[in-house]
Ligand binder design. Structure first.
Ligand code: FNR
Length: 335
């Protein structure tokens, strides 16, 4: 039997999303510059910390030999470029599946590391994760459709709300509630905010599809491959929350222009998974470090072209919606 984590890597690399919402959003540039390039400031703040850069390596893997090698390379890139890395779900290690695939930190003392676990896991497992990895924050992921499509997935969901309450009250590090590429709905964000959560990774559709991954593994239900809302749609839906909520964005982010689009829509920072996985598969650590450092320069360049010095100024940038996004009509049912 193949390892589930290796299947996820294989199918994530294979899948090319048929539609990426970033292509339907265009930023309005400025003709009259306001700042020198050297004045542009990329710093941000979320999950109780200041960060030098507004993008991070989002949760991916752990729990197999291959996953361990990927994690080690990602950690090297993150440590050498100063960007944050989030581990894949720690649940594999808690089941004693290749726990050393998460054990790379001592080799990279400068690494900024956060950890990840699923909301199907109770608070004691979350606490074990925090004890083992000492992360800067804990991402707790919600992946309902993935669990439903996964042949060996979870079938009992009533405990999730109680788990969320427990995490909100008891976990000792900052908490981030995270989707896995289906796009977090505003009702969920509002519910979690009432429990005291402040930070959300909306992770929408447009890049990795866990519906495609699980449907490919199971050999059925491909009609559900495009389940969920796109990253831009999800961010647009959450606009009313952006000034009093820490929104993080991910899902289909390919390059610095996609990052900037998320920041214009109010994200505090932007996560990349598949794009980083592709780099790790195809390039040496030295090359990836150069690419990531180039992204920092490109972010500054694009901000300069938009007449913005800081992330908060980016939130004033006008934009144009095309295609599917322009035709979108969101029908809100009362509840
Ligand atoms: C993921 N993702 C993920 N998310 C999570 O919260 N816990 C996890 O363990 C994993 N595992 C995982 C494995 C692999 C191989 C991939 C590619 C992704 C989801 C990821 O963090 C992100 O939310 C989605 O992949 C959407 O972003 P991209 O891939 O389109 O940039």
């Amino acid at each position: 039997m193949t390892n589930r984590k290796d299947d996820h890597i294989k199918y994530a690399l294979k899948y090319e999303a048929p539609y990426n919402s970033f292509d339907d959003l265009e930023l309005v540039q400025t003709s009259l510059p306001r700042y020198d390039l050297s004045e542009i400031d990329l710093s941000t703040h979320f999950a109780g910390q200041d960060w030098d850069f507004p993008f991070y390596i989002n949760a991916m893997t752990g729990g197999s030999k291959k996953a361990g090698a990927i994690n080690r390379k990602l950690a090297e890139v993150a440590a050498r470029t100063g960007i944050l890395m989030v581990t894949g779900s720690y649940s594999a290690a808690l089941k004693n599946d290749y726990p050393d695939s998460y054990d790379f930190r001592s080799d990279f003392p400068a690494l900024k590391l956060a950890a990840n676990i699923g909301l199907d896991k109770s608070i004691d497992l979350g606490q074990q994760t925090v004890t083992a990895l000492q992360p800067l924050f804990l991402q707790v992921h919600v992946n309902l459709m993935q669990e439903l499509l996964m042949p060996e997935g979870e079938r009992h969901f009533r405990a999730w709300k109680q788990h969320l309450k427990d995490y909100a009250q008891q976990i000792e590090v900052p908490l981030v509630l995270k989707e896995v590429g289906f796009g977090m709905d505003v009702k969920t964000i509002r519910y979690a905010k009432e429990l005291g959560l402040e930070t959300f990774d909306l992770s929408g559709r447009g890049g990795t599809s866990f519906a495609y991954i699980e449907n490919s593994r199971a050999g059925k239900r491909s009609y559900l491959n495009d389940w969920g809302q796109t990253t831009v749609q999800t961010l647009l839906s959450a606009q009313e929350l952006r000034d009093n909520t820490e929104l993080l964005a991910s899902g289909g982010v390919r390059h610095p222009l996609d990052i900037i689009k998320c920041l214009v829509l109010g994200a505090k920072a932007v996560g990349l998974s598949r794009t980083m996985l592709q780099l790790v598969e195809n390039h040496s650590a030295d090359t990836i470090v150069a690419i990531v450092n180039g992204w920092k320069e490109d972010l500054r360049l694009i901000m300069c072209a938009l007449g913005c010095r800081t992330l908060s100024e980016l939130k004033q940038v006008d934009y144009i919606l095309h295609g599917k996004l322009a035709q979108t009509k969101f029908v809100k049912q009362s509840k």
